[in-house]
Design a protein around this ligand. Structure first.
Ligand code: NAD
Length: 334
């Protein structure tokens, strides 16, 4: 019987990862999901997941040291996803982003090394950890491999509060795993998208909400900035394949990019979404991206593919349609 713990289990990735693990391992798995529901929601989807007898939910705050006595132990795998996430929040409460993300990771690693060192630990870093290498050095290899400098080019720019927790988080995981001799993996998600990705702060949910409200002229921030978008079911399958691979069991631990290959501008993304949902504004309102926003982002995912043979299965058009349909049925309550 596989025993798996997921922190941030009520969040966007945590929910879909849970579904993926239940599908992959069938009756042979027990999941423990930990979340304080700060961002993850007790919505209809999550309630339905919790009805599954293979799933247990602990409503705990990972910055509270007393929470960890409720975890138990004997987990084969631990996915540490919990973090404060969402670009808008980085600007609003950078000090809390720093405190919560770093403190919860330190407490998790301390719990893991003492109580669960036979398991395998997965940390979700972010492309943000290297993103400001571009403004600092004026270049970044495209596609960007894992081995690029991790950079914060301006500590006064609140945007980098989150990035710095991922940068230092990677160091914590690398050196804890080495010094305490446990198996670990760092993944860097590159713009995962899909249903239930939150409201505000992510480009696709924002576009979906504006389309549903028929906002016209339609604002597009950083219209010529490029990104790739990886549909969530493809993304969590990559995470599971990496965690299950014995190729990621050794030292030094592996850091692996997860993302799609189709690079697209924000303007093209909007156009694709208009087409997928059958509505188009009369006018676009082109605006600058927020300060610190990265012009071009394209991950090199060849390492992921050589380790696992992973390939994305859901096209951008199909993924956008599924995402929009979910947001239409589940509008934000603001
Ligand atoms: N979604 C992406 O494309 C993306 C990109 C890069 C990195 N990541 C990373 O992947 C991880 C998961 O991201 P996500 O998109 O699912 O984010 P999310 O915000 O949907 O999920 C994070 C979950 O952590 C929970 N949480 C926050 N603080 C907590 C605390 N103190 N105690 C317990 N639970 C707490 C939140 O309530 C939330 O449900 C995060 O670490 C994020 O930084 C995601």
């Amino acid at each position: 019987m596989k025993k798996i713990l997921i922190t941030g289990g009520a969040g966007f990735i945590g929910y879909f990862l849970s579904k993926q693990l239940l599908k992959e391992y069938g009756e042979d798995v027990r999941l423990t999901l930990v979340d304080n529901l700060r961002r993850g929601r007790m919505d209809a989807d999550f309630k339905e997941l919790l009805e599954d007898k293979r799933v247990k939910f602990l409503n705990l705050d990972l910055t509270d040291l007393s929470a960890y006595s409720q975890f138990g132990n004997g987990y084969d795998q631990v996915y540490h996803l919990a973090a404060i996430n969402g670009t808008k929040i980085f600007y609003e409460i950078p000090h809390e982003v720093l405190r919560i993300n770093t403190l919860s990771l330190i407490y998790m690693l301390e719990w893991f090394r003492k109580e669960n060192p036979q398991g395998k630990f997965c940390f979700t870093s972010s492309n943000e950890a290297y993103a400001s290498a571009l403004s600092a050095f004026g270049q970044l290899p495209i596609p960007t491999p894992e081995k690029v400098p991790l950079v914060i080019d301006d500590p006064y720019n609140a945007r980098w509060s989150y990035a710095s927790t991922k940068l230092v988080g990677e160091l914590f995981v690398i050196h804890y795993a080495k010094m305490h001799n446990f198996r670990a993996l760092i993944v860097r998600p590159h713009n995962f998208y899909g249903p239930r990705a939150g409201y505000g702060g992510h480009v696709i949910p924002d576009f979906c909400e504006r389309i549903a409200a028929h906002v016209d002229p339609f604002p597009i921030y950083g219209a010529d900035d490029t990104r790739t978008f990886c549909y969530i079911t493809d993304a969590v399958r990559a995470m599971q394949m990496l965690m299950d691979s014995s190729k990621t069991d050794g030292q030094p631990i592996e850091t692996v990019h997860i993302g799609d290959f189709e690079e697209i501008t924000m303007r093209e993304l909007a156009e694709k979404l208009f087409k997928a949902v059958g509505w188009k504004p009369k006018e676009l309102d082109i605006k600058n991206g927020p300060p610190g926003s990265v012009k071009r982002r394209l991950a090199d995912v060849s390492k992921l593919q050589s380790l696992t043979g992973w390939k994305p299965e859901v096209s951008l058009a199909e993924g956008l349609k599924r995402t929009y349909d979910w947001y239409l049925k589940n509008p934000s309550k603001k």
